[in-house]
Ligand binder design. Structure first.
Ligand SMILES: CC(C)(COP(=O)(O)OP(=O)(O)OC[C@H]1O[C@@H](n2cnc3c(N)ncnc32)[C@H](O)[C@@H]1OP(=O)(O)O)[C@@H](O)C(=O)NCCC(=O)NCCS
Length: 180
Protein backbone atom coordinates (compact mmCIF):
# COMPACT_ATOMS: atom_id res chain seq x y z
CA UNK A 1 0.00 0.00 0.00
CA UNK A 2 2.63 2.48 1.16
CA UNK A 3 5.03 1.21 -1.50
CA UNK A 4 2.69 2.59 -4.16
CA UNK A 5 3.00 6.09 -2.80
CA UNK A 6 6.70 6.13 -1.86
CA UNK A 7 8.79 8.61 -3.83
CA UNK A 8 12.53 8.45 -4.28
CA UNK A 9 14.16 11.74 -3.36
CA UNK A 10 16.05 13.26 -6.26
CA UNK A 11 17.75 16.66 -6.02
CA UNK A 12 16.18 19.14 -8.41
CA UNK A 13 18.35 22.20 -7.92
CA UNK A 14 22.09 22.58 -8.40
CA UNK A 15 24.33 25.48 -7.43
CA UNK A 16 27.33 25.91 -9.73
CA UNK A 17 29.92 28.05 -8.00
CA UNK A 18 33.58 28.47 -7.06
CA UNK A 19 34.60 25.91 -4.41
CA UNK A 20 35.21 27.92 -1.26
CA UNK A 21 35.23 25.24 1.44
CA UNK A 22 37.72 22.42 1.97
CA UNK A 23 34.95 19.75 1.81
CA UNK A 24 33.88 21.09 -1.59
CA UNK A 25 37.42 20.84 -2.97
CA UNK A 26 37.88 17.38 -1.45
CA UNK A 27 34.61 16.07 -2.93
CA UNK A 28 35.58 17.54 -6.32
CA UNK A 29 38.91 15.65 -6.18
CA UNK A 30 37.04 12.45 -5.28
CA UNK A 31 34.65 12.95 -8.21
CA UNK A 32 37.60 13.51 -10.57
CA UNK A 33 39.16 10.25 -9.40
CA UNK A 34 35.90 8.36 -9.95
CA UNK A 35 35.43 9.80 -13.45
CA UNK A 36 38.96 10.06 -14.85
CA UNK A 37 40.64 7.10 -13.08
CA UNK A 38 37.89 4.52 -12.60
CA UNK A 39 35.32 5.31 -15.31
CA UNK A 40 37.64 6.48 -18.09
CA UNK A 41 40.92 4.84 -17.01
CA UNK A 42 42.86 7.92 -18.14
CA UNK A 43 45.02 7.94 -14.99
CA UNK A 44 46.10 5.18 -12.63
CA UNK A 45 44.65 5.88 -9.20
CA UNK A 46 45.09 9.67 -9.04
CA UNK A 47 44.67 12.44 -11.63
CA UNK A 48 46.40 15.14 -9.55
CA UNK A 49 48.99 17.18 -11.47
CA UNK A 50 51.10 20.33 -11.01
CA UNK A 51 48.22 22.57 -12.09
CA UNK A 52 46.23 21.67 -9.01
CA UNK A 53 48.52 23.86 -6.91
CA UNK A 54 47.40 27.00 -8.79
CA UNK A 55 44.13 26.22 -10.55
CA UNK A 56 40.78 27.25 -9.10
CA UNK A 57 38.09 24.60 -8.65
CA UNK A 58 34.48 25.26 -9.57
CA UNK A 59 31.79 22.86 -8.42
CA UNK A 60 28.18 21.92 -9.05
CA UNK A 61 26.45 20.95 -5.81
CA UNK A 62 23.01 19.57 -5.07
CA UNK A 63 21.14 21.87 -2.72
CA UNK A 64 19.21 21.11 0.43
CA UNK A 65 17.24 24.06 1.81
CA UNK A 66 19.20 26.26 -0.57
CA UNK A 67 22.58 25.16 0.82
CA UNK A 68 25.24 23.15 -1.09
CA UNK A 69 25.03 19.49 -0.03
CA UNK A 70 26.84 17.08 -2.36
CA UNK A 71 29.35 17.81 -5.13
CA UNK A 72 28.11 16.26 -8.38
CA UNK A 73 30.18 18.21 -10.91
CA UNK A 74 33.46 20.07 -11.15
CA UNK A 75 35.93 21.79 -13.43
CA UNK A 76 39.12 23.74 -12.84
CA UNK A 77 40.42 26.95 -14.44
CA UNK A 78 43.81 28.60 -14.53
CA UNK A 79 45.50 31.46 -16.35
CA UNK A 80 48.52 30.84 -18.52
CA UNK A 81 50.30 33.40 -20.66
CA UNK A 82 48.86 36.93 -20.70
CA UNK A 83 45.10 36.87 -21.25
CA UNK A 84 45.00 33.13 -21.95
CA UNK A 85 42.94 30.96 -19.60
CA UNK A 86 42.43 27.21 -19.62
CA UNK A 87 39.74 24.90 -18.38
CA UNK A 88 40.33 21.25 -17.49
CA UNK A 89 39.05 18.18 -15.60
CA UNK A 90 35.38 18.86 -16.37
CA UNK A 91 33.37 16.06 -14.78
CA UNK A 92 29.75 15.40 -13.86
CA UNK A 93 28.76 12.43 -11.71
CA UNK A 94 27.27 9.73 -14.00
CA UNK A 95 23.94 9.79 -12.13
CA UNK A 96 23.51 13.51 -12.83
CA UNK A 97 24.45 13.73 -16.52
CA UNK A 98 22.05 15.14 -19.13
CA UNK A 99 19.47 16.13 -16.60
CA UNK A 100 20.21 19.61 -15.27
CA UNK A 101 22.59 21.22 -17.77
CA UNK A 102 25.26 20.77 -15.09
CA UNK A 103 28.20 20.31 -17.48
CA UNK A 104 27.09 23.24 -19.65
CA UNK A 105 26.64 25.47 -16.61
CA UNK A 106 30.10 24.57 -15.30
CA UNK A 107 31.49 25.59 -18.71
CA UNK A 108 29.46 28.82 -18.64
CA UNK A 109 30.78 29.70 -15.18
CA UNK A 110 34.37 28.72 -16.01
CA UNK A 111 34.57 30.90 -19.13
CA UNK A 112 32.46 33.74 -17.69
CA UNK A 113 34.58 34.02 -14.54
CA UNK A 114 37.80 33.98 -16.58
CA UNK A 115 36.32 36.67 -18.86
CA UNK A 116 35.47 38.75 -15.79
CA UNK A 117 39.10 38.47 -14.71
CA UNK A 118 40.59 39.68 -17.99
CA UNK A 119 40.69 36.56 -20.14
CA UNK A 120 40.99 37.30 -23.86
CA UNK A 121 41.30 33.68 -25.00
CA UNK A 122 39.81 30.63 -23.26
CA UNK A 123 41.06 27.21 -24.33
CA UNK A 124 40.56 23.57 -23.40
CA UNK A 125 41.65 20.16 -24.57
CA UNK A 126 38.34 18.42 -25.19
CA UNK A 127 37.88 14.66 -25.48
CA UNK A 128 36.63 13.86 -28.97
CA UNK A 129 33.28 12.44 -27.80
CA UNK A 130 32.49 15.84 -26.25
CA UNK A 131 33.35 18.08 -29.23
CA UNK A 132 29.69 18.31 -30.32
CA UNK A 133 28.67 19.48 -26.87
CA UNK A 134 31.33 22.21 -26.90
CA UNK A 135 30.44 23.27 -30.46
CA UNK A 136 26.83 23.68 -29.31
CA UNK A 137 28.17 25.97 -26.60
CA UNK A 138 30.00 28.21 -29.13
CA UNK A 139 33.46 26.69 -29.04
CA UNK A 140 35.62 26.21 -32.14
CA UNK A 141 37.95 23.31 -32.82
CA UNK A 142 41.51 24.57 -33.48
CA UNK A 143 43.62 21.41 -33.69
CA UNK A 144 43.81 17.76 -32.73
CA UNK A 145 46.37 16.71 -30.12
CA UNK A 146 47.17 13.55 -28.20
CA UNK A 147 47.02 13.78 -24.41
CA UNK A 148 47.27 10.94 -21.88
CA UNK A 149 47.42 8.56 -24.82
CA UNK A 150 44.08 9.70 -26.28
CA UNK A 151 43.04 12.07 -29.05
CA UNK A 152 41.71 15.44 -27.89
CA UNK A 153 40.57 18.56 -29.73
CA UNK A 154 42.16 21.87 -28.77
CA UNK A 155 39.11 24.17 -28.63
CA UNK A 156 38.49 27.87 -28.02
CA UNK A 157 35.38 29.49 -26.52
CA UNK A 158 33.72 32.44 -28.26
CA UNK A 159 33.85 34.97 -25.43
CA UNK A 160 30.98 36.96 -26.94
CA UNK A 161 28.68 34.22 -25.59
CA UNK A 162 30.24 34.30 -22.10
CA UNK A 163 29.82 37.80 -20.62
CA UNK A 164 32.06 38.39 -17.60
CA UNK A 165 29.31 39.49 -15.22
CA UNK A 166 30.25 40.28 -11.59
CA UNK A 167 27.27 38.25 -10.30
CA UNK A 168 28.91 35.05 -11.59
CA UNK A 169 31.08 35.07 -8.47
CA UNK A 170 27.92 34.12 -6.49
CA UNK A 171 27.34 31.13 -8.74
CA UNK A 172 24.57 30.01 -11.09
CA UNK A 173 21.52 27.95 -10.15
CA UNK A 174 20.42 25.28 -12.63
CA UNK A 175 17.42 22.98 -12.27
CA UNK A 176 16.79 19.37 -13.24
CA UNK A 177 14.41 18.84 -16.13
CA UNK A 178 11.02 17.62 -14.90
CA UNK A 179 10.18 14.06 -15.98
CA UNK A 180 7.87 14.07 -19.02
C1 LIG B 1 30.85 15.79 -20.70
C2 LIG B 1 30.03 15.97 -19.43
C3 LIG B 1 30.77 16.88 -18.46
C4 LIG B 1 28.66 16.61 -19.80
O1 LIG B 1 27.95 16.88 -18.62
P1 LIG B 1 26.33 16.93 -18.60
O2 LIG B 1 25.92 17.50 -17.29
O3 LIG B 1 25.77 15.63 -18.97
O4 LIG B 1 26.05 17.97 -19.78
P2 LIG B 1 24.75 18.84 -20.00
O5 LIG B 1 23.56 18.19 -19.33
O6 LIG B 1 25.02 20.24 -19.65
O7 LIG B 1 24.60 18.70 -21.58
C5 LIG B 1 23.87 19.66 -22.29
C6 LIG B 1 23.27 19.01 -23.50
O8 LIG B 1 24.28 18.38 -24.30
C7 LIG B 1 24.06 16.98 -24.37
N1 LIG B 1 25.36 16.32 -24.22
C8 LIG B 1 25.98 15.97 -23.07
N2 LIG B 1 27.17 15.38 -23.35
C9 LIG B 1 27.26 15.36 -24.70
C10 LIG B 1 28.25 14.88 -25.60
N3 LIG B 1 29.37 14.29 -25.17
N4 LIG B 1 28.01 15.03 -26.93
C11 LIG B 1 26.89 15.62 -27.39
N5 LIG B 1 25.92 16.10 -26.58
C12 LIG B 1 26.11 15.97 -25.26
C13 LIG B 1 23.14 16.65 -23.22
O9 LIG B 1 22.35 15.52 -23.49
C14 LIG B 1 22.29 17.90 -23.15
O10 LIG B 1 21.34 17.88 -24.21
P3 LIG B 1 19.92 18.61 -24.00
O11 LIG B 1 20.21 20.06 -23.75
O12 LIG B 1 19.22 18.32 -25.27
O13 LIG B 1 19.35 17.95 -22.81
C15 LIG B 1 29.73 14.59 -18.73
O14 LIG B 1 29.13 13.73 -19.68
C16 LIG B 1 30.97 13.91 -18.15
O15 LIG B 1 31.35 14.19 -17.00
N6 LIG B 1 31.60 13.00 -18.90
C17 LIG B 1 32.74 12.24 -18.42
C18 LIG B 1 33.98 13.09 -18.23
C19 LIG B 1 34.33 13.88 -19.45
O16 LIG B 1 34.21 13.40 -20.58
N7 LIG B 1 34.80 15.12 -19.21
C20 LIG B 1 35.07 16.07 -20.24
C21 LIG B 1 36.45 15.96 -20.71
S1 LIG B 1 36.65 17.01 -22.15
Amino acid sequence: MFADTLCVYAPSEFLVKPACHLWEREEARRLRRVVFCIEQGLFAGDDTDDLDARAETLIAATCVAGMPDQVVGCVRIHSGETGVWWGSRLAVHPAFRSQGQIGSTLIRLAVGLAHLRGCTRFLAHVQLQNVTLFEKLHWTRLAEVELHGRAHALMQADLAFYPGEARLADGIVTRARLPA
